[in-house]
Write a protein that binds this ligand. Structure first.
Ligand code: ATP
Ligand code: MG
Length: 399
């Protein structure tokens, strides 16, 4: 089947006015950006729909990319025909015959926006329906719950027929919602948290705390690979790699074991807040889920939050591990996340971390450290890497 145009439906119903304009502009940007490797395509917008004209490019490859563009609610590969009854009938039949598996029931829906066309919408639907019934034995019309819907749009700029609707990822287009800095570990949760933030239209940057040589180069590479999986959903992800060895060593020397994790997390937040200010991010995000481990109790989050004033978003806060894991599998980060490389938390995990840490206790222990100097030094030595969804990587991964 040779398709001419990919029809994109989008939009959260709640969006109005200026929000809607921002949404549409960001969506056009996202669509153009994922389709950059296809030199011939043209993107146009019309009455709340978007059309990708293929001009010979591969429809399947284009659709696979669009399935990763947030803001798209569904996608239909479409053929363009002459506004002529015979042509419409023939193409509609060919399209429905092409469906695998063959549907047993169908319905035709016609929208005639171009009133110059001589037949009304209902008549066109009836005419095409009759043609299909005559030519495909066994198929029946079902107006309520058909297995296939043949969509015909007769517009001034062209007549379009499609009969496949592929779901998009929903959400809001990346770039419509400001920037967030994700604390990205090598675990299962934080990549999912990043994906959920992107789904709400956020431009994502990531920060990773690396404790070389306690944690290996391979552990860092795993984080880069995870960032690249996220980049497939929204272009480039800038990764800020923070040298964390000196801070962890100082904490371990000067602070009691049960508060190691709490104090380490407070340092992570202080550093992340400064990096966010430098890069223009308006919030931090983490992969924490309430009650999952000792450092994810309310008391602990409270003690950790105390050291910064930037909002800390926790998109997984109310989710179970199984729900999080399901998403990790769907977005293809799970297999990477379970690779057994140590991370900076696992190597310093005390036997009995405190589950109800108190801010004033943490503060007292931190008096033994030169907090400001340690933070400043780590921020200054932070290295930024641009992680892109390389076209070749994406291509082998997707098709
Ligand atoms: P994850 O699967 O995301 O690692 P987790 O359940 O293992 O989460 P923790 O190890 O307690 O939980 O970490 C909680 C959150 O702190 C992580 O989701 C992540 O956002 C952040 N975090 C932990 N370690 C690092 C790190 N080395 N670099 C950046 N962020 C980190
Ligand atoms: Mg972890």
């Amino acid at each position: 089947m040779k398709y001419d145009v990919i029809l994109i439906r989008y939009g959260e119903l709640a969006l109005k006015g200026r929000n809607r304009d921002l949404f549409e502009a960001a969506l056009v940007q996202s669509v153009k950006s994922v389709l950059r490797p296809f030199a011939n395509i043209k993107v146009r917008r019309n009455y709340g729909r978007m059309y990708v004209e293929l001009h010979g490019e591969d429809a399947h490859a284009v659709v696979e990319r669009l399935r990763r563009v947030f803001g798209i609610s569904s996608i239909s590969p479409t053929v363009q025909v002459e506004p002529d009854e015979q042509a419409i009938k023939a193409k509609a039949l060919e399209l429905i015959r092409h469906l695998q598996p063959q549907p047993k029931t169908f319905r035709v829906e016609t929208r005639r926006a171009d009133k110059r066309f001589p037949k009304q919408s209902m008549e066109v639907s009836r005419m095409v329906g009759t043609h299909i019934l005559r030519n495909i034995p066994e198929i029946k019309v079902d107006v309520h719950q058909p297995e296939a819907v043949v969509n015909i749009e007769i517009r001034a700029e062209g007549t379009y027929i499609s009969c496949e609707t592929i779901p998009g990822p929903g959400g809001l287009p990346v770039g419509s919602g400001g920037k967030v800095l994700l604390l990205l570990s090598g675990g299962i949760d934080s990549p999912v948290a990043g994906w959920k933030m992107m789904k709400r239209g956020v431009t994502l940057e990531a920060i990773h705390f690396h404790s070389y040589p306690f944690t290996s180069e391979r552990a860092l590479q795993k984080v880069r690979d995870l960032a690249q999986k996220l980049a497939l959903w929204g272009g480039t992800v800038r990764l800020h790699v923070v040298p964390f060895t000196e801070i962890q060593t100082a904490i371990r020397e000067k602070c009691p074991e049960d508060y190691l994790i709490t104090i380490m997390r407070r340092f992570m937040m202080r550093i992340a807040e400064q990096v966010a200010a430098r890069t223009g991010a308006l919030a931090l995000a983490t992969g924490e889920s309430l009650g999952q481990v000792a450092s994810q109790t309310l008391e602990s989050m409270n003690t950790i939050n105390k050291v910064v004033s930037i909002p800390i978003l926790r998109p997984l806060i109310g989710m179970d591990k199984t729900e999080i894991t399901d998403i990790a599998r769907r977005i293809d980060t799970y297999e990477l996340s379970i690779l057994p490389y140590e991370d900076c938390c696992t190597i310093f995990t005390p036997k009995n971390p405190v589950t109800r840490p108190k801010p004033h206790v943490a503060e007292r222990f931190e008096e033994k450290l030169d907090v400001a100097a340690l933070v400043e030094d780590a921020v200054n030595r932070t290295v930024i890497e641009e992680i892109t969804a390389e076209p070749r990587e994406a291509a082998t991964d997707l098709f």
